[in-house]
Design a protein around this ligand. Structure first.
Ligand code: SAM
Length: 290
């Protein structure tokens, strides 16, 4: 039975093992059953699903996942948590595999292939905030078969994920999320739902992966290089941003021509372009250099 959503039980486990929170691993454990139930519900976890959990902590959400999913794979970097998970809080479940590893080093596509026959998996996590973007980008870019990603993130990051041109929050992450998924903010979560309390607000966001990308682009990798170059030098014009990018090799003239061909002025900044316009710009640059 899931017991750790109750703060009293969480404290009991922490004391029993003399566990000390590590700030460097972004350890803020959930202690609110309503939030936990909401995450499981909005992720729509069923007995057909294989779920990947990133950072199980002492296993609070993992218990809920084990009860609702067919199989759970939980990747935890902190070796001190492994005996707690395996020997205690998850001991009663036979549908869990705990991996003691840095999530950024795990071949998730291989796990999905071996344990879910290559069918799309669901990712559910209360993420360590210090590596939210590399985790999300890794899931998108490494061709992992994924149906949805339902995660707790810093509120500000959730806002960045679902905004468009004209907002100060608009950037490479917003465009990547738009390209790969449909974002939906499930809930805002205040600091008192965690132990210890983080000093930022949090939000649960669900990203439902597109079956087909929403734009046609001839070279997706190039488009993301262009997007990153545009936002790396936010205050420069798009033309200068692309010209100065070390991993792009287009002449100033070609860049200017491509910008004009998509109907934008030479002075336009990258932050004014939509995903469709970045795709069109990429296609123009490829066509002009063929
Ligand atoms: N899921 C638990 C909960 O909701 O109570 C804990 C969430 S806590 C915000 C983040 C967890 O991710 C911690 O257990 C931390 O040790 C783990 N973690 C941090 N960096 C990690 C990494 N690179 N790979 C795997 N786990 C990581």
């Amino acid at each position: 039975m899931a017991t750790l959503g109750n703060p009293k039980n969480t404290i009991e486990i922490l004391n029993k093992y003399g566990f000390n929170f590590k700030k460097c691993f972004g350890q803020n454990f959930l202690i609110d059953t309503h939030v936990l139930e909401k995450i499981i519900r909005s992720a729509n976890v069923t007995k057909d699903d294989m779920v990947l959990e990133i950072g199980p902590g002492i296993g609070t959400m993992t218990q809920y996942l084990c009860e609702n999913a067919r199989e759970v794979v939980a990747v935890e970097i902190d070796k001190n948590l492994i005996p707690i998970l395996e020997g205690d809080t998850l001991a009663e479940y036979d549908n869990i595999m705990v991996i003691n590893e840095d999530i950024l080093k795990v071949d998730i596509a291989k796990i999905a292939k071996e344990r879910n026959g290559g069918k799309p998996i669901k990712v559910v996590a209360n993420l360590p905030y210090y590596i939210t973007t590399p985790i999300i980008m890794g899931l998108f870019e490494n061709e992992v078969p994924i149906e949805s990603i339902t995660v707790m993130v810093q509120k500000e990051v959730a806002d960045r994920m679902q905004t468009g041109p004209g907002s100060k929050d608009y950037g490479a992450l917003s465009l990547a999320v738009q390209y790969y998924a449909e974002p939906y903010i499930v809930a805002n979560v205040p600091p008192n739902c965690f132990m210890p309390r983080p000093n930022v607000g949090s939000a649960v966001i669900r990203l439902t992966l597109h079956k087909q990308p929403p734009v046609d682009v001839v070279d997706q990798k190039l488009m993301f290089k262009i997007i990153r170059a545009s936002f790396n030098q936010r205050r420069k014009t798009l033309q200068n941003g692309l010209n100065n990018a070390p991993d792009l090799h287009f002449s100033k003239e070609i860049i200017l021509q491509a910008i004009e061909n998509i109907g934008k002025p030479a002075t336009v900044r990258g932050e004014a372009l939509t995903l469709e316009e970045f795709a069109a710009l990429t296609n123009e640059l490829v066509a002009l250099t063929k």
